[in-house]
Ligand binder design. Structure first.
Ligand SMILES: [Zn+2]
Ligand SMILES: [Zn+2]
Length: 156
């Protein structure tokens, strides 16, 4: 990296290539930022939104832009490394499934709760395939409801 100066980059962009070292440096930066995001999700139990992941990265001194955080979350989701939990009336949430578990979502406050439940996944998938058009499945069951706190506060 030390051998590259602005002129090199300008020259390279004029002829349509980026010097290999510069490209490598960028790739290393991206994969380091991706690892930082993954590390946070591995230690987190809060099912954060992309915005919350971005804020946490900033707090930890990361220079990753919001766009980079969103791209990395999509990348990790596409690769099946993390799970994206779609929320009906709110931002998607992200989770790293350290151990297999299912999700119960409060439709009022969008809190995501984890629960373990042993079921016959093969039988369940067979039933769903028979009765619906769904062919590909997420790795967990999603149940929607209203949490105790929202019920007590009559938060709706
Ligand atoms: Zn709630
Ligand atoms: Zn979870």
């Amino acid at each position: 990296m030390t051998n590259i100066n602005v002129c090199d980059i300008l020259l390279a962009s004029k002829i349509g290539t980026i010097p290999i070292l510069e490209r490598q440096r960028k790739m290393e930066k991206y994969s380091r930022q991706r690892q930082e995001i993954l590390d946070f999700l591995i230690e987190s139990y809060s099912h954060p939104t992309a915005e919350e992941v971005y804020k946490e990265m900033k707090k930890r001194g990361s220079t990753a832009s919001k766009g980079t955080v969103y791209r990395n979350l999509n990348f990790l989701t596409d690769k099946g490394i993390i799970e994206k939990i779609s929320i009906q009336n709110g931002a998607d949430r992200y989770d790293y499934l350290k151990t297999p578990h299912n999700h119960a979502i409060c439709v009022k406050c969008n809190t995501v709760f984890d629960f373990e439940y042993n079921f016959n996944a093969k039988k369940l998938k067979k039933t769903i395939k028979e009765k619906t058009n769904i062919e590909k499945f997420s790795n967990y069951i999603i149940v929607q409801g209203i949490c105790k706190k929202c019920l007590e506060n009559q938060n709706f």
